[in-house]
Design a protein around this ligand. Structure first.
Ligand code: NAD
Ligand code: DAU
Length: 366
């Protein structure tokens, strides 16, 4: 089947993996990557697919309702996979307005643009049923108790399920929660065929080095301090990014309209244990003695409102659609550290800001 899709935020971390998967797997689709190229957007993430005939990059802001409306109409878009967002919790604490604008108003503007084109057509474009697929986070559910802090994971008795009540704590998660509500409201009010998924922490190549894993690998390599918030006891549930992208592909094509699916790998880690693992793996890959860089660990003031524990129950997704993660964490973390060490140029570009010249250069050269 031919389809015309918009993937928003495709120049970011997860979006670039989703775009790559779709461009490679579905040559018969036309894929438009709509991205504003904020500090987090980097076209170098998609160098390997940028010249493919089924792929087009569109520089644009999801908040610009009129441009998005025209883009949807002119390209007879039948599906939207929405990843564009401000995504870093620490930035949201400093600048909550930007998060409300992009994550809430940006999502609303996309929904409205899609509705304008789709509703009069009965939510079918040229015979293809429409889909608005919104990518959200486990952080909307709030924080779980740490009832078993010692020993092996799981570190508590409860998990986030699709029925867990929303209880966001940071401006980031509050904005994401609000956007999820708008998506569901568009289904309930206008019949928009929506799907929402809530995923746990992703890791892997092309993640902006403000997030824990790439930041710490880069710092270990450069022997810079590793700022662990609080006592490092907070727990996150980690999933390899390509497994998230595979889940998105499966759910976009086979998920049920109006449903929510949680995505996660039952893979809880305390931050301090992740940090020690990163040091061990990075040291070994750099030919240093394993643990040589343990003294870089620096406990710093905790993040305000820091959620204690996230743990996703993704049973529904496995049971109903047969998804399961493909990589064990040990394998995924080794692959990830190796990628950052072998892609020093990418890391240097994003840490210096040079990557933002890539787009200008790319278009000047055409
Ligand atoms: P990211 O910060 O790496 O990328 C975000 C992308 O969105 C960038 O390319 C940026 O340029 C683009 N963007 C930002 N504002 C825009 C705007 N106004 N218009 C158009 N494009 C804009 O984010 P990520 O970590 O890849 O996360 C992607 C999505 O997945 C987000 O919605 C996030 O909430 C969600 N999510 C992330 C994780 C995670 O661990 N990273 C986990 C669960 C869910
Ligand atoms: O759970 C999904 C979420 O995961 C996504 O929705 C977010 O977009 C994504 O950024 C991520 O949020 P976190 O806040 O969990 O990720 P981050 O990498 O910023 O931090 C992971 C943990 O490490 C968290 O407990 C805070 C801690 N941390 C982070 C940084 C950057 C530190 O201790 N030191 C640091 O310098």
């Amino acid at each position: 089947m031919k389809r015309n899709l918009i993937i928003t935020g495709g120049a970011g971390f997860i979006g670039s993996h989703v775009v790559r998967l779709f461009v490679n797997k579905y040559p018969e689709y036309r894929i438009l990557n709509l991205d504003k190229l904020t500090y987090a957007g980097n076209l170098a993430n998609l160098k390997d697919v940028e010249d493919r005939p089924n792929y087009t990059f569109v520089k644009g802001d999801i908040c610009d309702y009129e441009s998005v409306r025209d883009l949807v109409r002119e390209n007879r878009i039948d599906g939207i996979i929405h990843l564009a967002a401000e995504s870093h919790v620490d930035r949201s604490i400093k600048d909550p307005f930007t998060f409300a604008r992009t994550n809430v108003l940006g999502t609303l503007s996309l929904l409205q643009a899609a509705k304008d084109f789709w509703q009069p057509l009965g939510y079918r474009v040229d015979g293809v049923p429409c889909r608005f697929y919104h990518i959200s986070t486990d952080e909307v559910y709030g924080a779980l108790e740490l009832t078993r802090p010692e020993g092996e994971a799981p570190y508590g008795d409860d998990f986030f399920t699709e029925e867990t009540k929303y209880n966001p704590h940071s401006p980031y998660s509050a904005a994401k929660a609000s956007s999820d509500h708008f998506v569901r409201a568009f289904h309930d009010t206008y019949g928009m065929p929506t799907i929402v998924t809530n995923c746990s922490n992703n890791y892997g190549p092309y993640q902006f080095p403000e997030k824990l894993i790439p930041l710490f690998v880069n710092n270990i390599r450069n022997r810079k301090p590793l700022p662990v918030y609080g006592k490092g006891e907070n727990v996150r549930d980690w999933l390899y990014v390509e497994d998230h992208a595979r889940a998105i592909d499966l759910i976009f094509h086979e998920g049920k309209v109006a449903e929510t699916y949680n995505i996660g790998g039952f893979n809880e880690w305390k931050n301090i244990d992740i940090v020690r693992t990163l040091i061990r793996v990075t040291d070994r890959l750099l030919g240093r003695a394993e643990g040589e860089d343990d003294d870089l660990i620096t406990f710093v003031t905790d993040r305000a409102g820091h959620d204690l524990r996230y743990a996703i129950d993704s049973t529904k997704l496995s049971r109903e659609l047969g998804w399961k993660p493909s990589l064990q964490f040990e394998e995924g973390i080794e692959k990830t550290v190796r990628w950052y060490l072998e892609n020093q140029e990418w890391l240097d570009q994003v840490t210096s800001g040079d990557y933002q010249k890539y787009y200008e250069q790319m278009y000047r050269n055409r």
